[in-house]
Every structure is written in structure tokens, then in C-alpha cells.
Design a protein around this ligand. Structure first.
Ligand code: ADP
Length: 299
């Protein structure tokens, strides 16, 4: 089965499967912590999954299993039909197939120039110099990094530029799965929106599976196809964004709040008003309501 064909004998195969995953930190010590409890999930090629949950719910622990940074205490992580730990010596290759951008990835930069940093992945894939250059430019464009910055030292970049450079570095590896841990942390609302639309565009144009970890419901709601909700080391929900957001009370009980504007629209629909699908921001709500109000006023 090729890595680009998740179909096998007509059966749709998941690109990624996590089966009965358990993880215990500091096992056998007084600091023992059961961080993941029987986590099972399956993700198909090209999906954009939002991963949300309260601090300490197990989001980071889970995603660090996807590229083999952590080894399950029990259970398996299956990539393209194969247990990633089947051959522990080959675990390094999984790090190129599942690209991970950590929180505050600006600390992931270590080369002399931004260009060399972004070129690390393509060079490792054995591409020619021309192909490397093309891959670097493509990734920089997806991450929103201006080309004239490629010859700067990463240390001379602003905070936002550093983050875009680090994201470009992981995108340039052309991973099958791109995992972004809080990519909008600390950004102002406009930069945040731009970052999300860049991620969306990257997924759309490359067909890459993306997992976006965030504590912001607005972020994941804006771009995710499905949302995974973690709570106390367990999968609390894994469903379409629409379905997850309709369970506002349960989410609130887990310390997660659906945007108020989303709740208002739910309530209006529940009371029989035809106000269309979900909205997550005030701007969306205004755009949706204005025509309805105008119609109402003129009738
Ligand atoms: P999240 O990413 O949702 O904030 P984490 O996966 O970081 O959650 O943490 C899950 C649980 O595991 C928390 O209770 C946290 O305190 C604990 N934990 C995380 N990292 C470590 C570690 N290195 N050693 C011990 N416990 C840890």
C-alpha cells in the first residue's frame, strides 16, 4: 500500500490510528501521573483536526506520541497501517513524516540563516540544491515569511517572524501529518487570524493532515473539520465542529467555553429562527444578521 493511498481492497483506511493508548509519567515514583487513559482515535488523510482541552488534559502528551517523541506505556500508534514502534530503530523517520511545531517554536531555530534552517528537512530528504531552494521558498510563502528574510540570522527576526520561520521549517519537510501546538499563542487578534488562514491554505493546497492543538475554541472552530476534546487524559468528544459545539454545557463543565455569540445562534435556532449555520465571531454574526434585520425592517 503506497503512502498516498489510504484505500485497501476498497476499504477506507485511516492515515493515523491511536489504539488504547495509555501513558504514565514518572511511573513507580511518588510523582507518578497517568496522563493518558485508553485514548483511541482515527484520522483520515487531509483532515484538519482541532484538539482542545483544559490545561493538563493531555493534549501535549497525546501529540508527542504521534511522532514518537514519547513511547506509549501501553497501546499503539499506527501510521499508514503500521505500528510506529514496530522497529524502534526507525523511529527517527517518523519524525519526518509527522512534523511537530511546538508551542513557542521560535526556540526551534538553530542554524546561521533562516534559509539553512528551513532547508534542513528538504536536505535530509536528499533533494538537489535547486529542489531544496524551491522547497524553502514554497514553505516560506505558506508560512507568510518574506523572501528577503531568508538570509537573515534567525536571531535578528522579530518574535512573529521567528515563529513563521519555524513553521516554514516543519512545512518544508512535507510531512504527512502536521501537528501545531498552540500556533497562535501570544499573537494579537489580527496576526492570529492570518496564522489560521495560512494553516488552512497549506492544508487545502497540499492535502496534508493537520492537527491543531489549542485552548481557543474560536481558533479551532474557525478552521477544523472535526474537534477532539480531551478531558483528564481521556477523549471526551471527537466529532464534527458543529456537533461538539452543540454540547456547550458539557464543554463548560470541562472548563471550556463556547463563544457567547455561538450560543446565541444555537438558542435562536432552537427556538425555530432560521439564522443559518454556526457562527463563532462577532463579525460573522453581524454579517449573518444584517440581511435578516434589513428584511425584517422593510417588511
Ligand atoms: P495539556 O497539553 O493538555 O496541557 P499535558 O499533556 O501537558 O496536558 O499534561 C497532562 C498531564 O500530565 C498533566 O497532569 C501534567 O501535569 C502531566 N505532565 C505533563 N508533563 C509531565 C512531565 N514531564 N512529568 C510529569 N507529569 C507531566
Amino acid at each position: 500500500m503506497s503512502k498516498h493511498s489510504p484505500h485497501y481492497w476498497g476499504i477506507r483506511m485511516a492515515l493515523l490510528e491511536v489504539r488504547q493508548l495509555n501513558y504514565v509519567y514518572a511511573a513507580g515514583t511518588p510523582f507518578e501521573k497517568h496522563a493518558l487513559n485508553n485514548v483511541s482515535l482515527s484520522v483520515e488523510k487531509g483532515e484538519l483536526i482541532g484538539v482542545i482541552g483544559h490545561t493538563g488534559s493531555g493534549k501535549s502528551t497525546l501529540v508527542q506520541h504521534l511522532n514518537g517523541l514519547l513511547r506509549p506505556t501501553s497501546g499503539t500508534v499506527v501510521l499508514d497501517g503500521k505500528d510506529i514502534w514496530e522497529n524502534p530503530k526507525a523511529i527517527r523517520s517518523v519524525r519526518f513524516r509527522v512534523g511537530m511545531v511546538f508551542q513557542y517554536p521560535e526556540h526551534q531555530l538553530f542554524e546561521e540563516t533562516v534559509r539553512r534552517d528551513i532547508a534542513f528537512g528538504p536536505r535530509n530528504r536528499g533533494l538537489s540544491e535547486e529542489e531544496i531552494e524551491a522547497a524553502v521558498k514554497k514553505a516560506a510563502s505558506f508560512a507568510g515569511l518574506r523572501e528577503e528574510l531568508l538570509d537573515s540570522s534567525p536571531f535578528d527576526l522579530s518574535g512573529g517572524q521567528k515563529r513563521r520561520a519555524a513553521i516554514a521549517g516543519v512545512m518544508a519537510m512535507e510531512p504527512e501529518i502536521l501537528v501545531l501546538d498552540e500556533p497562535t499563542a501570544g499573537l494579537d487578534p489580527r496576526s492570529r487570524e492570518r496564522m489560521l488562514s495560512r494553516i488552512e491554505r497549506y492544508r487545502r493546497e497540499n492535502g496534508t493532515t493537520v492537527m491543531l492543538v489549542s485552548h481557543s475554541m474560536e481558533d479551532v472552530a474557525a478552521i477544523a473539520d472535526r474537534v477532539l476534546v480531551m478531558n483528564r487524559g481521556e477523549v471526551a468528544m471527537f466529532d464534527t465542529t458543529e456537533a461538539v459545539f452543540s454540547r456547550a454545557e458539557e464543554l463548560e463543565a470541562m472548563g471550556l467555553s463556547v463563544p457567547s455569540v455561538t450560543r446565541i445562534f444555537f438558542e435562536l435556532r432552537r427556538r425555530g429562527y432560521d439564522v443559518g449555520g454556526n457562527v463563532y465571531t462577532v463579525e460573522q454574526a453581524v454579517a449573518r444578521l444584517l440581511p435578516l434585520l434589513k428584511r425584517g425592517c422593510s417588511s
